[in-house]
Design a protein around this ligand. Structure first.
Ligand code: NAD
Length: 543
């Protein structure tokens, strides 16, 4: 192929409204019914083959745990080893595939998803992860499409980055894939993360062993089908399910592990890192470790904040997708001069919030992902109720798992700014608010910076420009994604590259060039057209 190609300039996929009477509403409702009417039988995907082991796990909607979406087959040590072998086998051919062909596959996947596949992925996400239609649309349609349009463009920009050449010499960088395979491990809460973590290294020429979260294998399977339909060759992504510990033990112990692309909790990433560290002498190359992990995301309000905007940001930021976004606002700092009015407003707003299954589009809040999550969140709410010197329940707090895992949007007021609910990630619909004396804004900023070990997202609400600047400076390292007068959730690919530091991750920024750079190992090449023919330099002659 001769020619310097340009990847089509990317643009963000428009978010469909699903308003009453719209085409998209009809199409999605029909696909939901169709998928609900069948029970899926989900295999492992290894080297292009569908493997059914007979050891099965259930896929159930979190909002209706008595019903079944299907079941998936679990792998054991043999399947895990086979998946690594398949990735290594596919490596040479995939690495040699021209970059524009790799790009085309994902550009095609984006177009498929912008068409009829949109209803399949959105229906799967809505049913399997209990997301309302808007949350599914911005995740499993728009964000994935954006990843697949922007990442090829960023790949091209990386490849364009070349060194200077002096006279008689041509220097260049060849952006090799890593030497080995990449292990992608994805969380339950975003289909787009499941869609991006295996494919970002793949786009750069790597092959992957992928372990999705067990609660979302149903959605993961639809992604495997989408990639196949877009033309991804066999063995480039190999999907394994089963015991997380068993899978990671085998995969991380392999000498050809070249990278880990992880999103999930801080403790699991730290465990993976420790395992790689312990085995560091056994690898052929230093594995790249990329992890985006937990958060304790904040909203700080200054006395000059726009009251309506602040109230809307608190409700959306804390309770959309049941607070199960790594970026969800889970602590807030509000001046005492505003608290009484804000409390009344939040109460009024929460009365209007409907909770129930996502198939009924009128529900804003749906179920949390599974029983362990339900129990963990309920435990935090119980703690918040009982620890009277720390926190006081203001709204919500009811938990009902009779039909699905439903937890009411819950607000606590913190009496102690260091309360457990101000420090620890709850990962559910629980917001804790500390009311500070209006004159002690700078101290509130210091508290916000030092209270939690995380640093993922955060927001400041103020109309006073100096107050914004003070927050900007005091909170420099408190958030990898910092918002001014906006909620701390909803990052868009190509607009707000996403990721945090401190205990929140390696901050490589999903959906940005910086992430793709981690999946390539450049080779610097120098070609000299007229090389020296004598080792002696002129200075060696005395006169
Ligand atoms: P999790 O850590 O429980 O699971 C993440 C993945 O790791 C799953 O696939 C799980 O099966 C796997 N896993 C668990 N134990 C493992 C082990 N010992 N070895 C290998 N893999 C293992 O997280 P989750 O509940 O799926 O997701 C919620 C967490 O993810 C929250 O902490 C949230 O903040 C975080 N998250 C962060 C971001 C971000 O960009 N920073 C985005 C989404 C979610």
């Amino acid at each position: 192929m001769n020619g310097r190609l340009n990847v089509p300039f990317p643009a963000n996929e428009p978010v469909l409204s699903y308003a009453p009477g719209s085409y998209e509403k009809k199409a999605l409702k029909a696909r939901i019914l169709e998928m609900r009417s069948k029970e899926a039988d989900i295999p492992l995907h290894i080297g292009g083959r569908e493997i059914r082991t007979g050891k099965k796990g259930d896929c159930r909607p979190p909002h209706d745990h008595a019903s079944l979406l299907g079941h998936y087959h679990k792998g054991g040590p043999k399947e895990i080893r086979d998946a690594v072998d398949a990735a290594l086998k596919a490596r040479r051919e995939w690495a040699a595939t021209p970059w524009h062909v790799r790009a085309s596959i994902f550009l095609k996947a984006a177009e498929l998803l912008a068409g009829d596949w949109r209803w399949t992925l959105n229906a799967a996400t809505l049913l399997c992860q209990s997301k309302n239609v808007h949350q599914a649309e911005i995740d499993s349609a728009c964000e994935i499409i954006d990843f697949y349009r922007f990442n090829p463009y960023f790949m091209q920009k990386i490849y364009e980055e070349q060194p200077l050449s002096s006279r008689g010499v041509w220097n260049y960088l060849e952006y090799r894939p890593l030497e080995g395979f990449v292990f992608a491990v994805t969380p339950f809460n975003f289909t787009s993360i499941a869609a991006n973590l295996p494919t970002a290294p793949v786009l750069m020429g790597n092959t992957v062993v992928w372990k999705p979260a067990s609660s979302t294998v149903y959605t993961a399977h639809t992604l495997m089908q989408l990639w196949k339909a877009a033309g991804l060759p066999d063995g480039v992504i190999n999907m394994v399910t089963g015991s997380a510990a068993e899978i990671s033990q085998t995969v991380l112990g392999h000498p050809q592990l070249a990278g880990v692309h992880f999103t999930g909790s801080t403790s699991v990433f730290q465990e993976l890192w420790a395992t790689v560290g312990t085995g560091i002498r056994n690898y052929r190359t230093y594995p790249r470790l990329v992890g985006e992990t937990g958060g304790k995301d904040f909203i700080v309000a200054h006395a000059s904040a726009d009251f309506d905007a602040l109230a809307a940001a608190l409700v959306r930021g804390a309770f959309e997708y049941q607070g199960q976004k790594c970026s969800a606002a889970s602590r807030a700092y509000v001046p005492d001069s505003m608290w009484k009015k804000l409390k009344a407003r939040l109460g009024d707003e929460l009365e209007t919030v409907r909770m129930g299954p996502p198939e009924d589009f009128r529900n804003f809040v749906n179920a949390v992902i599974d029983r362990p999550a339900f129990e963990t969140i309920r435990g935090y709410i119980e703690h918040g109720r009982k620890a009277k010197s720390e926190t006081k329940l203001v709204f919500g707090g009811k938990c009902d798992d009779s039909k699905g895992y439903f937890i009411e949007p819950t607000i606590f007021e913190a009496k102690d700014p260091q309360a457990r609910l101000m420090r620890e990630e709850v990962f559910g619909p629980v917001l804790t608010i500390y009311v500070y004396p209006e004159k002690r804004y700078d101290q509130a900023l210091q508290l916000c910076d030092r209270t939690s070990s995380y640093a993922l997202t955060g927001a400041v609400f103020a109309t006073d420009r100096r107050a914004i600047q003070r927050a900007f400076e005091a909170l420099t390292h408190a958030a990898g994604n910092f918002y001014i007068n906006d909620k701390p959730t909803g990052a868009v690919v190509g607009q707000q590259p996403f990721g945090g530091a401190r205990a929140s991750g390696t901050n490589d920024k999903a959906g940005a060039m910086t992430n793709l750079l981690r999946w390539t190992s450049p080779r610097a090449v120098k070609e000299t057209f007229d090389p020296a023919k004598d080792y002696r330099y002129p200075f060696l002659a005395e006169s």
